[in-house]
Design a binder for this molecule. Structure first.
Ligand code: 7PJ
Length: 271
């Protein structure tokens, strides 16, 4: 699965939320049959990897128990694996990571960058699974109360670099790691815009970048659009991220994003 991160063209990561309180799906993918259909549709629309999440990390969200999260996500991981697509698991919990790896997950996507107890060991125990390390200031419940940075770009980069070093110390090779500035996670609109503008400077970390801005508040704020009217903005923001060097875009709207990526590739491949 390491080839996935070495892919020359950008990858579209499709979001499959299994949380009843998830803001942009309004809980509609909680029912298993609906979630399974959603997986099929995403694959038909050309998704490269499906990100299964069972814990809502939207601002103000409540924590989810380990057993509840397992019940939500493991059947979905199994379904994506059975359909032959790479699957990532959006979790911070070591046990969920272990069970997802056992079920065939290709990537662990951890918004807490493997800082929870046991998480680092869970990933280190596999010599295959990929890991996305994301930056977040604070915790989901309170992270948007008063985010503060002296220099957001430098601080986010230095946090990610430290987490890469921690991973390497426990034997997680850097060819398994991708990095994510964590748009909207303890960041004001200005912080998010500054990170986006200077995304190209993350090149110095020498690892693939994953960007998740799909339907987020930052897009709603710029466009004055509610969550059901953020598709165009999300696609444009994803494209901007690609021109700044992002390798993976994490999105809800697969078809328009896949189309945009095709155009991006056609232009980039011209001589
Ligand atoms: C992100 C994520 C993100 C990564 C969520 C939402 C909130 N994982 N999980 N990056 N966001 N790697 O989708 O709006 O930006 S949950």
């Amino acid at each position: 699965m390491k080839e996935l991160l070495q892919s020359k063209s950008p990858l579209v990561m499709g979001i499959l939320n299994t949380t009843p309180d998830s803001f942009s799906d309004g809980g509609s993918y909680v029912r298993k049959d609906i979630a399974l259909r959603r997986i099929e549709t995403m694959i038909e629309e050309g998704v490269d990897i499906i990100d299964v999440g069972g814990e809502s990390t939207r601002p103000g969200a409540q924590a989810v128990s380990e057993s509840e999260e397992l019940v939500r996500v493991i059947p979905m991981v199994e379904a994506v694996v059975a359909a032959g697509k790479p699957v990532s698991i959006d979790t911070s919990k070591a046990l969920v990571m272990q069970e997802a790896i056992r079920a065939g997950a290709s990537m662990i996507n951890d918004v807490r960058a493997l800082q929870e107890e046991g998480a680092l060991d869970a990933v280190a125990a596999s010599d295959e699974v990929l890991i996305c390390l994301m930056h977040m200031q604070g915790q989901p419940r309170s992270m948007q109360h008063n985010p503060h940075y002296d220099d957001v770009v430098t601080e986010v980069k230095s946090f990610l670099q430290q987490r890469v070093e921690v991973c390497q110390k426990v034997g997680i090779n850097s060819d398994r790691i991708c990095l994510d500035p964590g748009f909207g996670f303890g960041k004001t609109l200005q912080h998010n815009c500054e990170l986006m503008k200077h995304l190209d400077s993350f090149k110095e970390l020498n690892l693939p970048l994953l960007v998740g801005v799909s339907r987020k508040t930052m897009i709603g704020n710029i466009l004055d659009a509610d969550v059901n009217n953020r598709t165009n903005g999300s696609v444009v923001a994803a494209m901007y991220a690609l021109t700044k060097g992002a390798k993976i875009v994490r999105v809800h709207d697969i078809k328009p994003t896949v189309e945009a990526v095709k155009l991006f590739c056609a232009f980039e491949q011209a001589k």
